[in-house]
Design a protein around this ligand. Structure first.
Ligand SMILES: NC(=O)c1ccc[n+]([C@@H]2O[C@H](COP(=O)([O-])OP(=O)(O)OC[C@H]3O[C@@H](n4cnc5c(N)ncnc54)[C@H](O)[C@@H]3O)[C@@H](O)[C@H]2O)c1
Length: 360
């Protein structure tokens, strides 16, 4: 290792972590220690002179995690179960990993006076005022602001909120440690990042990934495009490269502007409904990627309960207000919705066709 600042990236093998690690190595301004139980998405990076990868479970009960925190200058925590289907099937595992185990990292940072960049979620905002009042969210835009918006969760029996609650509680504990112990933290609330290395196709690997992967599966394997509860919910998508650019600015923390602050990272201009996403994906696939013989998936509607199980509820609309990231960090996302979809689709199509060519 060199004299460069040492960054510990926990959850570096995930979608955001792998893209962030690649960027940090390319920038060449840090030595990076990457921690994850899974290293597959880091394959292109492992072996890099400024990267140390440990296949490590943060739940291990020894002093390894504390030692890692102690020996680094900056801690970036991405470890989570961040998949809606797990909130329904494994709510306690979601709570324990996303709160209890992440809390240990926070406490090591307090003890060793380390700055932590903690990944939270836009789901902490919960539902919109329009949704709660039974109004159409299309007619009542309600941008979420980091330091002003209330955080509105559904009832306890809708246990999908356990993820958002665990993340919110961790945010509140970070804030309290900032007040009482001077902990220096920055919280990031991502709004639907997508791009290369997000999830897998459910026809190729067991599980229930995020919506883009399901729709890609439909385009490549002909499974139906399932619109949960009519696909009426709105989401605003951000290209992972834009997201990573914002994250790096937060890591750099120019003049300490990110100290004890929360940042939304998202692209309000890239908002669409899930139904709108399905139609844009079909159009972009047809224009740029379709080959003779590719399936034409049907679009069907399913209830949230049928798709995810009991305890499901959704946020009707999530508009990020990114004024803070724009003004304090000069961050702007560059990719419009079609570009985000195109790049992510290219990644899936190329990986799928390489795999099927190998198999034939
Ligand atoms: N991608 C998004 O748009 C988005 C949106 C909201 C919040 N987030 C948050 O950002 C962070 C990263 O999200 P992501 O999309 O990269 O998710 P991801 O699931 O791809 O990454 C999480 C990583 O944590 C690792 N991990 C899980 N348990 C572990 C353990 N016990 N020990 C070590 N590693 C472990 C996983 O193997 C995985 O690689 C998460 O905290 C998530 O809640 C992401």
């Amino acid at each position: 290792m060199s004299d460069l600042p040492k960054v510990l990236v926990l959850g570096a093998g995930g979608f955001i972590g792998a893209n962030l690690t690649e960027r940090l190595l390319a920038d060449g301004r840090h030595d990076v220690t990457a921690i994850d139980v899974d290293g597959e998405k880091l394959e292109g990076q492992i072996g890099h002179a400024r990267l140390t990868f440990h296949r490590h479970d943060i739940r291990r009960r020894d002093d390894s995690l504390e030692t890692l925190v102690r020996d680094h200058d900056l801690i970036v925590d991405l470890v989570a179960m961040a998949n809606p289907s797990l909130y329904l099937t494994n709510p306690l595992d979601v709570f324990h990993l996303n709160f209890t185990e992440n809390l240990r990292i926070v406490e090591h940072c307090v003890k060793h006076h380390k700055r932590i960049v903690q990944f939270s979620t836009c789901e902490v905002y919960g539902r919109t005022v329009a949704g709660v009042l039974g109004k159409d969210p299309a007619e009542m835009p309600f941008p979420f602001r980091e330091d002003e918006s209330p955080l509105i969760m559904g009832p306890v029996k809708n246990h999908r909120w356990i993820y958002a609650c665990a993340k919110q509680l961790l945010e509140r504990v970070l804030h309290a440690h900032g007040l009482e112990d001077g902990l220096n933290y920055t919280i990031i609330r991502p709004f639907n990042f997508i791009g290369p290395r997000i999830d897998y196709l459910p026809s190729e690997k067991a599980g229930n990934p995020r919506v883009f992967s399901h729709f890609m599966n439909a385009l490549l394997y002909g499974t139906p495009m399932q619109l949960v509860d009519g696909g009426r919910s709105y989401r605003a998508y951000t290209h992972i490269d834009d997201a990573v650019d914002g994250i790096v600015r937060i890591l750099d923390n120019p003049g300490g502007v990110c100290d004890r602050e929360i940042f939304n990272l998202g692209t309000p201009e890239n908002e669409t409904t899930i139904r709108g996403l399905a139609h844009r994906m079909i159009a972009i696939f047809d224009e740029h990627f379709r080959r003779p013989g590719d399936p034409h998936p049907e679009i069907i509607e399913v209830s949230g309960e049928a798709f995810y199980g009991k305890g499901y509820e959704d946020c009707d609309r999530r508009i990020p207000d990114v004024t803070k990231a724009r003004t304090l960090l000069g961050w702007e996302s560059r990719h419009d919705l079609d570009s985000v979809i195109h790049h992510t689709m290219k990644y899936f199509v190329e990986a799928h066709r390489a795999k099927t060519a190998k198999g034939s």
